[in-house]
Design a protein around this ligand. Structure first.
Ligand code: BGC
Length: 750
């Protein structure tokens, strides 16, 4: 039955309408029984359901129903596979229908600004394009089942310290190019039913009452038609929040803020139409769910298998000096508790009560000759002599040793940030000691963010399992034994050390964090600085090799509003089947007068190839792929000229490049004043004649360029001096009168 929302709103009392604007309890929206409005339930998310039956909390303290823990975002993003992510969302949507959940709270598309953020494991990437593509695909999958998503945390929520009060101070260009695009892409292309505003302030105003964010950008510019809910406890002032565009406050406020809304309407401080509009948006969500129920059973075992597949497609082989894959007859020793008791998810609101967890050891036992010693505990940082001795003795006798290392739960979680990038020192020490008694060592890491790798040169192999979800252990064993050929690529750069990170000097301030590095986060910074990194963005090895050829575009030139298709052929030149994620980067070679990254990811595609097989990977680049955000223009802009398009196996392994021209008739706005410089005017084709006019006058006056024998002034100096002259110089030196200069300027300002 279709419900008439307008009619229902007209029958609601003021109190009922105000009541709709906050939760009934931790996880439910309020219903209005007499009008047939049901109460719907929402739940975390996003990499599995955390549906709580009894005691509710948003910190992962109390148990939830048994569910499947799929790989968290830190790992699934490394799949570089939109189709897989859509299928992942599809599973979550079915699970939600089967368990009567209307909205799954996620995905989280915040940028990984610093490796220290405690919640990085819940976020996809340091790159807005990748996070946007992966997040969009996931949302499409979930919402196919008329289950809502809540893309979060909107916006610039990049640290946990004082997350409920701290301000993220970000200039507009950086906001538009780095911190908003993943949200923008998802909103425009996947139409999430809800957006969750973040806890923090954005440029001094709480996200939950930030009209610029919630209304101007989200609705007016991007066309968002869903509803905004607050993060749990993120509301500062309820009435201004509602006016700014926050429809639902979560969780329940015990009626306090509902009464404030009703009073504000009664006192004429809040237009009732604003409240009605909010209620309309909420009811649209409620009835969309209620009217589109699907009949599904929970398929926990089937979803476990799918979780394994996502893990297999995403784990990243970071180093392999021929030690992997392991052979079935080799005597292999597994060391480290994570081999039997993996760390596979992070702490906090996304914590899933897994119905089962499988491990690498029991899977590997099916494939080869494996023994296990604990070596160290995965839960603390204590070097235990007995365990270490046992591990060293066993290691000396093994053909190969695989050490299962990583970060204990207490090292990273929602709610706080790390203060260093190191693994427990007991683990670092034992890895080096084992490498000293056996030269065939590989390490498997379990962690939610990059760590320092003091022993990297001492081991022959490194597999990044990140947090693998409940089936991650099986995926690790399959990859170690070559049953699965690894194909994940890093969705973030691994710096050598923490102080290399661009946010190092201004991360983790308590009241206000100034994003001084601007658009240069992640590889955008490391590449610009030509800095050595442990592993670059987009990097990941395979057991086979891929060759790239025939990079081409379907057009030689690009124009505003147009698009261009770039394609490259990839051949599997090894002797095993494998998958390759090809990345397309765009580099601005126009020499336009703005700082731009060396290159930026603007397309990717993953292909599966049998030995000897060749396939084409393509991506469509629209004008946004070439543009930067001009605050003066209030819009995206691409300078006319040449752009390089690169096909790479990572951001630093560029295999082929080609160039295209960008043609535009648009210009950046310029306001000409007495202090506009000749150099600036010359750079803009529209104002260049004025710049030249003034430069000629000045040069003539000073005799520059007329006396070739002058030793006091060389050509470069003459040019620089002319370029730095403000227009008023012609008046200062009595070359033109004020009226004459005004007349010249007027020709252009008009
Ligand atoms: C988290 C959200 C989560 C919510 C509900 C908050 O603490 O920041 O990501 O969805 O709790 O559990």
């Amino acid at each position: 039955m279709q419900h008439d929302i307008k009619d229902i709103i007209s029958k609601m009392t003021l109190e009922e309408k105000a009541g709709m604007c906050s939760g009934f309890d931790f996880w439910h929206f309020k219903g209005v029984e007499r009008l047939g409005v049901p109460s719907i339930m929402v739940s975390d998310g996003p990499h599995g359901l955390r549906k709580q039956d009894e005691s509710g909390d948003h910190l992962g303290i109390n148990d939830s129903i048994k569910a499947v823990c799929f790989p968290p975002a830190v790992l699934s993003a490394c799949s570089f596979d939109s189709e897989l992510m859509e299928a992942f969302g599809d599973r979550i949507g079915i699970e939600a229908q089967a368990t009567d959940l209307a909205v799954v709270l996620g995905p989280g598309v915040n940028m990984k600004r610093s490796p220290l953020c405690g919640r990085n494991f819940e976020y996809f990437s340091e790159d807005p394009y990748l996070a946007g593509m992966i997040g969009t695909a996931f949302i499409k999958g979930v919402q196919k089942h008329n289950i809502g998503t809540s893309i979060k945390h909107f916006a610039a929520n990049n640290q946990e310290l004082n997350r409920m009060t701290c301000s993220s101070d970000v200039d507009e260009r950086t906001m538009r190019e780095i911190y908003l695009p993943a949200f923008e892409k998802a909103v425009r292309e996947a139409r999430p039913y809800t957006v969750m505003c973040s806890y923090n302030k954005v440029n001094g105003t709480f996200a939950s009452e930030n009209e610029w964010l919630l209304t101007k950008v989200l609705r007016d510019e991007w066309g968002f038609e869903g509803m905004v809910m607050s993060d749990w406890g993120a509301v500062n002032e309820r009435v201004p929040g509602l006016a700014a565009g926050l429809e639902v406050e979560m969780p329940a406020s015990g009626g306090v803020t509902d009464a404030e809304i009703a009073a504000a309407v009664r006192e004429g401080k809040l237009d009732e139409a604003v409240l009605d509009r909010a209620v309309g948006r909420i009811l649209k969500l409620v009835f969309n769910y209620a009217e589109n129920r699907e009949d599904h059973d929970l398929d926990l075992e089937g979803d476990h298998e799918f979780a394994k597949k996502v893990a297999e497609e995403s784990m990243v082989l970071l180093k392999n000096d021929g030690i992997l894959p392991l052979g079935k007859d080799e005597k292999v020793l597994f060391v480290g508790e994570y081999a039997v008791n993996p760390r596979y998810q992070g702490g906090g609101s996304s914590h899933i009560n897994s119905f089962k967890v499988t491990n690498a050891l029991s899977t590997a036992e099916k494939f080869g000759n494996v023994t296990y010693v604990k070596g160290f505990s995965g839960q603390d940082d204590v070097y235990e002599e007995d365990l270490a001795r046992e591990a060293l003795e066993a290691a000396a006798k093994a053909d190969k040793v695989v050490i299962f290392a990583g970060l204990p739960d207490s090292f990273e979680s929602e709610g706080y940030d790390r203060n260093h990038m190191d693994m427990p020192s007991c683990q670092n020490r034992l890895i080096s000691e084992i490498a000293a008694v056996n030269s065939n060592v590989a390490v498997v890491l379990h962690n939610g963010a990059p760590v320092t790798l003091p022993w990297l040169g001492e081991v022959r192999g490194l597999l990044e399992a990140y947090l693998g979800g409940q089936a991650g252990g099986e995926a690790v064993a399959e990859i170690l034994y070559g049953k699965v050929n690894p194909s994940g690529k890093l969705a973030e750069t691994w710096p050598v050390k923490l102080s290399d990170n661009p946010s190092y000097l201004n991360f983790g301030d308590r009241k206000k964090v100034e994003y001084h590095e601007g658009i240069f986060i992640g590889y955008r910074y490391y590449d610009k600085k030509e800095m050595a990194v442990n592993f670059p963005f987009g990097y990941g090895l395979s057991y086979t090799d891929f060759e790239y050829s025939n990079l081409r575009t379907d057009k030689a030139a690009m124009t505003d509003g147009g698009c261009i298709t770039v394609s490259v052929d990839v051949t599997n030149t090894g002797d095993r089947a494998g998958k390759e994620s090809v990345q397309f980067y765009v580099a601005d070679k126009t020499g336009g007068d703005v700082q731009r990254p060396v290159r930026e990811l603007k397309g990717f595609g993953k292909v599966s190839l049998e030995p000897g097989e060749t396939k084409t990977v393509s991506a469509v680049l629209d004008d946004r792929a070439f543009s930067w955000y001009s605050v003066e223009l209030g819009d995206w802009y691409a300078f006319p000229g040449e752009y390089e398009i690169a096909a790479g196996a990572s951001s630093r392994d560029i295999r082929l490049t080609t160039t295209v021209r960008y043609e535009t008739s648009r210009c950046l706005p310029v306001e000409i004043t007495y202090n506009s410089t000749v150099g600036d005017l010359l750079k803009n084709p529209v104002t260049a004649p004025l710049g030249k006019f003034v430069a000629d006058k000045m040069n003539h006056f000073f005799g520059i360029g007329e006396d070739d024998d002058s030793e006091a002034i060389n050509d470069a100096m003459a040019e620089a001096i002319a370029a730095s002259q403000p227009l008023r110089s012609v008046v200062n030196f009595g070359i033109l009168t004020r009226d004459e200069l005004d007349a010249e300027i007027a020709k252009f300002n008009n």
